[in-house]
Design a protein. Structure first.
Length: 270
């Protein structure tokens, strides 16, 4: 029996228009009524997830959320931190310098200032809009070395970003968890931070076995949790790389793929 379901948001729970379908809402509600824990696990900051938590009525003391690709695992009701693995201002400086050398844009999320970038651009503006955040223009060189940074992202048009990724030093992958969440987003986190270890930490906290966990996603930043899960699910719209590591491929985000998994594997509505 599955007891914990971790859901990516963009491209998974959310339809392409950024909404949660009635089918997904109904399935999630029914699973929760059966005592199953449903959690959102997103690269977004908590501010960009709150509306969905409210809409799904997942705001109680027994509700948890994984933000910034699980750099933070928190209880929703009082924001109690269950797990935190973050970067520093020095990390942000180093990644920003690399981005400059590669000719791509950069932004970061800090505990103190929220979304910061040395130069505003289309993709930072997109990030701000989907999460309801203000943008602070900040020269990363002025950050304190010990500033708490949730994650750093290099961002640009897909072709430019792909070219930059091809030039990243291999050693960088030993220093950071690096995941691509969209064709225009490459994310850098603490090396001990990814959605897989975040879901694992929450499962242990809730005394739930790995075999009792379902994780669903569509992109590179979901791979760790899909590989960790007892049932790792790729969306029908997922990347080929994501589908290749999944135990099961469901329908697309626009066809209530999340609901179909819950209905089949939890509610037994085949």
């Amino acid at each position: 029996m599955y007891k914990l379901v971790a859901l990516d948001m963009d491209g998974t729970l959310l339809s392409s228009d950024g909404t949660i379908s009635q089918e997904n809402k109904a399935a999630i509600s029914a699973a929760r009524e059966q005592g199953v824990s449903i959690v959102l696990a997103s690269g977004r900051p908590l501010e960009g997830m709150t509306w969905a938590l409210n809409e799904l009525e997942m705001t109680g003391s027994n509700d948890f959320v994984l933000s910034y690709n699980a750099s933070l695992v928190q209880r929703v009701s009082n924001k109690e931190i269950i797990r935190s693995e973050t970067l520093t201002g020095l990390d942000a400086k180093n990644i920003a310098s690399l981005a400059h050398d590669l000719g791509v844009h950069v932004h970061a999320f800090t505990r103190r200032q929220g979304l910061i970038t040395p130069e505003n651009n289309y993709y930072t503006d997109h990030e701000a809009k989907i999460n309801g955040l203000a943008i602070t223009i900040e020269d990363f060189a002025t950050l304190e070395n010990d500033e708490e940074v949730m994650k750093v992202m290099i961002i640009d048009e897909p072709d430019r970003l792909s070219a930059a990724i091809a030039q990243l030093p291999k050693a960088l992958y030993q220093s950071y968890t690096i995941v691509q969440s969209a064709p225009f987003f490459l994310e850098f986190m603490n090396p001990n931070s990814n959605k897989g270890v975040g879901v694992e930490a929450l499962a242990e906290y809730l005394d739930i076995k790995q075999s009792e966990v379902i994780c669903m996603g569509d992109a590179g930043n979901d791979h760790h949790m899909i590989e960790y899960a007892g049932l790792g699910v790729a969306m029908g719209n997922a990347t080929d790389e994501t589908k290749a590591i999944a135990n099961f491929i469901t329908d697309t985000n626009n066809n209530a793929g999340v609901a179909k998994v819950i209905n089949e594997f939890i509610l037994d509505m085949k």
